[in-house]
Every structure is written in C-alpha cells, then in structure tokens.
Design a protein around this ligand. Structure first.
Ligand code: HEC
Ligand code: HEC
Ligand code: HEC
Ligand code: HEC
Ligand code: HEC
Ligand code: HEC
Ligand code: HEC
Length: 404
C-alpha cells in the first residue's frame, strides 16, 4: 500500500509538471503543434493515458458537390481513456472533459463547396464549417456510455490550412479533469477525395455530368436536370440513412449498384488494384498497414467486385473479420456479431486502441499513423507496453480476451 501511495504521488507530480509545462508554453503550442502539423511524437501520459482512433481507416468525400454527392465530409474520431492511478487500470467513462482539434486543418468552408449545396442535398442548412451532426473542426468529444469518447461527423477535408493536400492529418486529443491536463495524444483523422471516376467518365461537360448523363441514358432517369443529386436518396447508403432515408426498396443499394454494374467495366483501366479507381487511391494508398507490407491487396480480404456486389451480403455490415484469418490459441478477436471497429478485447479496451483502424493496422508505412504509439510507448506497432495502463506489473500474462 505504501508503494502505491508513493507511486500515486510520483504520478501526480509528473502530471503536475506536465501541466505546468503546458501552461508555461502558452496553451498547447509546444506539445500539440510541432513544426509540421504535429509530426513530432510527443504524447503526455499522466494520471491517465489516452488512445485516439479514427472509426474508419479512411473516410472518402466528394470535393465538388455542385452536381452530385456520394459522401459528404464526415469523419468520426474516438478516444479511450484509462486511469492509471489505482491498483488496476480503470477505463474512464465520466468526470473528465475530452477535446479534439485537427492540427493545421482548422477550417473547411474555403476548401470545398459543400456549404453551397448542403441544403439542396440534405434538405436542411448547415452553418459553414459545421458537419451533419453539428460537430465542427475542433470541440468536445462526448462519452458514449460504452467506454469511449466520440466526435461524430467532423467536416474535415484533406486540404491543410496552408494549402497542401494531406489525407493523413493528425488530430490532437486532450483529456482534462477539474481543469488539469491528464493526458494528450495524437492520431490520424484520415480523409480523401481521391475518387477517380474521371479515369473513365470523361464527357465534355465534366466527370460528374458524364455520370449523370450515363445514368439517365441507361436507366431513364432525369438526374442531369435535378442537380445536385444525392445518390443515397434512391439507392440506400447505410452510413447516410439517418439523413437521406433508406432509399427506394425496389432499387439496389449504392454499394451493390456500383460494384455490380462496374465489375465488368474494370478492364477499361489498368491499375495495380482495380478498387483504387473509386477508393482512395493510387496516390493516397489507403491500405497502408501490416497487410499491405505482407503483400496483400483489397481482394485478399474483400474479394472481387462481384463478391462485394453479392446479394448475399449486407453492405457496411458484412465485412471481413480479423478472426477469419487469424487463429491463435487463447486469443479472441471480434466480439460475436460486432464489427472490428465496435469490438473490445483485453478487459474492455477497444481493438482500435491497440491496433488502430482497419486498413491502418499498425505499424503502417505512413509516418503519421505511427506517431501515436511512438509517443506513448517509444516504438511503432501494436500497443504492448503493460506499464502504459498498469502502474503495477500484472501478475498474470496478457489476456487477448474481453474478460480475463
Ligand atoms: C473503369 C471505368 C469506370 C470507372 C472508374 C467509373 N465508371 Fe461509371 N461507368 C463506366 C462505363 C463504361 C459506364 C457505362 C456508360 C454508358 O454505357 O454510357 C458507366 C456508367 C456509370 C453510371 C450509370 C449507371 C450504370 O448503369 O452503371 C453511373 C451512375 C456511374 N458510372 C457512376 C460512376 C461513379 C460515381 C464512379 C466513380 C466513383 C465511376 N462511375 C467510375 C465506367 C467507369
Ligand atoms: C431518382 C432516383 C435515383 C437517383 C437519385 C440515383 N439513381 Fe441510380 N438508379 C435509379 C434507377 C431507377 C436505376 C435502375 C435500377 C434497375 O434497373 O434495377 C438506377 C441504377 C443505377 C445503377 C446501375 C445498377 C446496376 O446494378 O446495374 C448505378 C450504378 C446507379 N444507379 C448509380 C447511381 C449513382 C452513383 C447515383 C448518384 C449520382 C444515382 N444512381 C442516383 C435511380 C436513381
Ligand atoms: C466504380 C467505382 C468503385 C469501384 C471500382 C470499387 N468500389 Fe467499392 N464503393 C464504391 C462506392 C461509390 C461506395 C460507397 C457506397 C456507400 O456509400 O454505401 C463503395 C463502398 C465500398 C464498400 C463499403 C460498403 C459495403 O458494401 O460494405 C466496400 C467494402 C467496398 N466498396 C469495397 C470495394 C472493393 C474491395 C473494391 C475492389 C474489388 C471496390 N470496392 C471497388 C465504388 C467503387
Ligand atoms: C486485412 C484485410 C483487409 C484488407 C487488405 C482491406 N480491407 Fe477493407 N475492410 C477490412 C475490415 C476488417 C473492414 C471492416 C472493419 C470495421 O468496420 O470494423 C473493412 C471495411 C472496408 C470498407 C467499409 C468502410 C470501413 O472502413 O469500415 C471499405 C470501403 C473497404 N474496407 C475498402 C477496402 C479497400 C478499397 C481495400 C484495398 C485498398 C481494402 N478495403 C483492403 C479488411 C480489409
Ligand atoms: C484475409 C486474411 C486476413 C485478415 C482478414 C486479417 N489479416 Fe492480419 N494478417 C494476415 C496475414 C496473411 C498476415 C501476414 C502474416 C505474416 O506475414 O506472417 C497478417 C498480419 C497481421 C499482423 C502482423 C503481426 C502478425 O501476426 O504477423 C497483425 C497485427 C494483424 N495481421 C492484425 C489484423 C487485424 C487487426 C485484422 C482485422 C482488422 C486482420 N489482421 C485481418 C491475414 C489477415
Ligand atoms: C491492450 C491491447 C490490445 C487490444 C485491446 C487488442 N489487441 Fe490484438 N494484439 C495485441 C498484442 C500485444 C498482440 C501481439 C501478441 C503477440 O504477438 O504476442 C495482438 C495480436 C493480434 C492479432 C494477430 C494475432 C496473430 O498472432 O495472428 C490480431 C488479428 C489481433 N490482435 C486482433 C485484435 C482484435 C480483433 C481485437 C479486439 C477484439 C484486439 N486485437 C484487441 C494487443 C491488443
Ligand atoms: C491500453 C491499456 C492496457 C494495456 C496496454 C495493458 N492492459 Fe492489462 N488491463 C487493462 C484494463 C483496463 C484491465 C482491467 C482492470 C480491471 O478492471 O480489473 C486490465 C487487466 C489486466 C489483467 C487482469 C487483472 C490483473 O491485473 O491481474 C491482466 C493479467 C493484465 N491486464 C495484463 C496485462 C499485460 C501483461 C499487459 C502488457 C502486455 C497489459 N495488461 C497491458 C488495460 C491495459
């Protein structure tokens, strides 16, 4: 017990010093903002430790909304916070404030025309720089009740304030209790508009008009006179169903429509991976993780266009699972019936806290993805440093299971 009190005092002192350092530096300047949008690896571990994670390994959005919208700006950032002061680590669910910002990317309205067309597309207006759920480019993350903090629908673009394109900007997450900083971390908030429909849709009136005209010609619609068109109004898009409704039940979902009709057309292009014609992309390379380094492609996990289009699968629900390839005695992977991004392992810690998002399983080839874990545990790759969360060395070996 004495040892505990001492440890507690040491931790409290360290965090006080860190808090002072932050205070002296004038806000978060020296810690949060490195020379190049936070590419220094600093993290702050005090009484608490925070793990930031993007819900998805990549969010795609359109750049130009004047003709059509497949996806709006909409990033979701999450964090899990662990209190390290007790005998056992404790997942923090309340009594702290958690705030996020995106380093070097603080506004969007001058980078895309989304806020000129959002009312026509969505049916309701949004203030500039405000996303579909009211979230802005910085602000609070809310407790979700399931052991995480979350900011949904951040209206982020891949253009930094200084004008450079960066699909991997860093979000900064700051945890405070009673006004004192307990933990700071940084994690990638991935976003890209590298959707290369223009590889094939090259009409005189531009790519988007070419798409609408092809749709009208083949399916007797009049989309070219109904711009801006939200595809999800007619073809169900589960991520947008709350806003656009669930489409027309007689029509294929947007995923099935796109993958089914375009599968046979992919021979028109020669790309290393066909999926990169529409998913980001040859330049962005959203698959950047351990699997890419092991020589895998999208097809290794998702199968072909025809497989993605299969009527037997439900888009956005029936996705690959780690546990379908990885088997290891004593290990558990996804929780039954849950996606990777909603699953927890090791006594309630989310998979993404230790492994990062799908397609970005650490270590990745993208420097920014590795910054969080280098900052937290001194090296890139899966979180495996017990003392990050456990102030007392656990007596038992590591359990890769939800309950020990
Ligand atoms: C590999 C080439 C290729 C790429 C990449 C491509 N398309 Fe197409 N798309 C076609 C061809 C060919 C047609 C048929 C045009 C026709 O018959 O007039 C078509 C038709 C369409 C149609 C009409 C409906 C239908 O029957 O399919 C839509 C809508 C469409 N594309 C949307 C898109 C969007 C959105 C993207 C990017 C996310 C995209 N396409 C990327 C080749 C491509
Ligand atoms: C007003 C309703 C409506 C809107 C809006 C709409 N579509 Fe369609 N779409 C249809 C109809 C109707 C069909 C024909 C379906 C059929 O024949 O089963 C169709 C067919 C398609 C197909 C071919 C499906 C297949 O399996 O061959 C694609 C691809 C497609 N739409 C993509 C899009 C995209 C991309 C957008 C947004 C730019 C869009 N649609 C917007 C009504 C719509
Ligand atoms: C012609 C364009 C196009 C190509 C090529 C394409 N996709 Fe897609 N894909 C889309 C669009 C558009 C969406 C968004 C659908 C939505 O918002 O619901 C999508 C969504 C998805 C989704 C999420 C929805 C779901 O069905 O679960 C997966 C997974 C996916 N694509 C995998 C692939 C893979 C794997 C490949 C290559 C084999 C591929 N896609 C190639 C256009 C394309
Ligand atoms: C190692 C396996 C693996 C590879 C390789 C892979 N994916 Fe995935 N993908 C997944 C898993 C797992 C999910 C579901 C994760 C979740 O939502 O929890 C997923 C989900 C998706 C989704 C739905 C949105 C999301 O992120 O959940 C899209 C779109 C997608 N993948 C596209 C691609 C494309 C395009 C490629 C190639 C560039 C690719 N994937 C490569 C495993 C993989
Ligand atoms: C389609 C099969 C497949 C799926 C699905 C898959 N993996 Fe893998 N994974 C592999 C292969 C193959 C390797 C390379 C193994 C090697 O090189 O020895 C690998 C390597 C890894 C590694 C590197 C360490 C190691 O064990 O070699 C990690 C970590 C990992 N995967 C995590 C995940 C996570 C997390 C998911 C789910 C989001 C996932 N994998 C989904 C096949 C898969
Ligand atoms: C507290 C951190 C932590 C959490 C939470 C966690 N993992 Fe892991 N995971 C690890 C570590 C550490 C390893 C490597 C173990 C080793 O190789 O000795 C690992 C290994 C893996 C592997 C590779 C296994 C293999 O050797 O083939 C997969 C796949 C994986 N985890 C998936 C998941 C999934 C899915 C979840 C959520 C249900 C999850 N992990 C939660 C730390 C974690
Ligand atoms: C991301 C934070 C985190 C990391 C890293 C972590 N743990 Fe844990 N661990 C927890 C939490 C939270 C609990 C649940 C504590 C409770 O409620 O009893 C736990 C519980 C345990 C338990 C069961 C209770 C106990 O203390 O006997 C063991 C054993 C354990 N961890 C071992 C390890 C080992 C070994 C490592 C390093 C390989 C590790 N943990 C890394 C968060 C973590």
């Amino acid at each position: 017990m004495v040892r505990w009190a001492v440890m507690g005092a040491v931790i409290a002192l360290v965090s006080l010093l860190l808090a002072l350092a932050v205070g002296c530096g004038g806000g978060l300047g020296p810690l949060g903002l490195g020379g190049d949008e936070g590419m220094n690896t600093m993290a702050v571990v005090g009484n608490m430790v925070a793990f930031g994670m993007s819900e998805l390994g990549m969010h795609c959005m359109n750049q130009d909304f004047s003709k059509l919208m497949i996806l709006p700006p909409f990033n979701t950032l999450r964090a899990q916070v662990v209190d390290r002061t007790g005998q056992e680590p404790e997942i923090v669910r309340s009594n702290v404030t958690v705030n996020f910002s995106v380093l070097g990317n603080t506004r969007s309205a001058d980078k895309t025309n989304f806020w000129d067309f959002e009312e026509a597309l969505l049916g309701f207006p949004l203030a500039a720089n405000t996303g579909l759920t009211g979230t802005r480019l910085s602000g609070p993350m809310h407790a979700t009740g399931d052991g995480r903090f979350e900011a949904t629908g951040i209206p982020l673009t891949p253009v930094m304030d200084k004008g450079t394109v960066n699909p991997y900007p860093l979000g900064s997450i700051v945890v405070k209790k009673a006004g004192t900083i307990q933990a700071i971390t940084k994690t990638v908030v991935p976003v890209s508009w590298e959707i290369s429909c223009n590889l094939c849709h090259t009409g005189a009136q531009g790519t988007d008009m070419d798409i609408l005209q092809a749709h009208d010609r083949l399916h007797h619609t009049d989309l070219q006179n109904a711009t801006p068109v939200a595809c999800g109004r007619c073809h169900e898009q589960p991520p947008l169903a709350g806003v656009l409704g669930s489409g027309s039940p007689a029509l294929p979902t947007l995923s099935r429509a796109m993958h089914r009709s375009h599968g046979p057309r992919m021979k028109l292009v020669s790309l290393p991976v066909n999926c990169y014609a529409c998913h980001p992309g040859v330049t962005t390379k959203c698959l950047r993780d351990v699997h890419r380094q092991a020589g895998m492609t999208c097809l290794s996990c998702h199968g072909s266009m025809a497989a993605v289009a299969s009527a037997a699968r439900q888009p956005w629900v029936d996705e690959p699972a780690c546990g379908s390839c990885h088997q290891r005695s004593g290990f558990e992977f996804e929780e039954p019936g849950k996606l990777f991004r909603e699953s927890r392992g090791h006594n309630g810690i989310y998979c993404e806290a230790c492994h990062n998002s799908p397609h970005a399983t650490v270590p990745t080839v993208t420097k920014a993805d590795n910054i969080q874990n280098i900052g937290l545990q001194g090296k890139a790759g899966t979180i495996d440093k017990c003392s990050l969360c456990h102030s007392q060395t656990p007596d038992e070996p590591f359990n890769h299971t939800l309950r020990d």
